[in-house]
Design a binder for this molecule. Sequence first.
Ligand code: PRP
Ligand code: URA
Length: 209
Amino acid sequence: MGKVVVIDHPLLQHKLTLLRDKNTGTKDFKQLVKEMSMLMGYEITRDLPLQEIEVETPICLTKSKALAGKKLGIVPILRAGLGMVDGILELMPAAKVGHVGLYRDPETLEPVEYYCKLPTDVEERDLIVVDPMLATGGSAVAAIKFLKDRGATNIKLVCLLAAPEGVEAVQKVHDDVDIYLASLDERLNEHAYIVPGLGDAGDRLFGTK
Ligand code: PRP
Ligand code: URA
């Protein structure tokens, strides 16, 4: 079973509180999502392989560690996932970015695919799927399935908030996927919004409501 990691770093938790606040406007919301994604990126890359290389300091020649060049991919689930790309990309600028477009049908709450564009060598890359919200889990389950159907084998899911129902849904279908969160919230409400949550992540990021 994939692990569920709730990252309890004080900076991350502080920023999450600001993000939840309904009075936080679009500009700050966007900046906070970026900063939180960067902080989470630090934790999710803990297991990246290193190799020793030679480097010449101003004093002498020495051996020092460098990333072993693992190929990475960041896959935001559109639209709200876009807000998490830049923060992670700043930490790992060589990563390629693929996009999966899904929206939740407001009647059925089922995810509907409207866009998919991935790096051509997606099957060779370790993929980090990003979406601020894991609610019913329908979107994440579908997005991960698209990636697996195209040959991806090593996938991590990074969300700011999750409901227990969403975590369970992902684990049920994709038990090989580790899930990283800033908070595991209480539950879903009758409209499948996360409680206490932060409202509609896409609308708050892009100012559409
Ligand atoms: C939100 C969110 C997730 C999805 C989570 O996107 O960003 O993708 O809902 O819900 P689920 O776990 O029940 O599938 P939304 O469908 O509102 O689209 P948007 O990102 O375009 O706003
Ligand atoms: N999507 C959101 O943006 N927020 C929720 O609480 C649930 C799904």
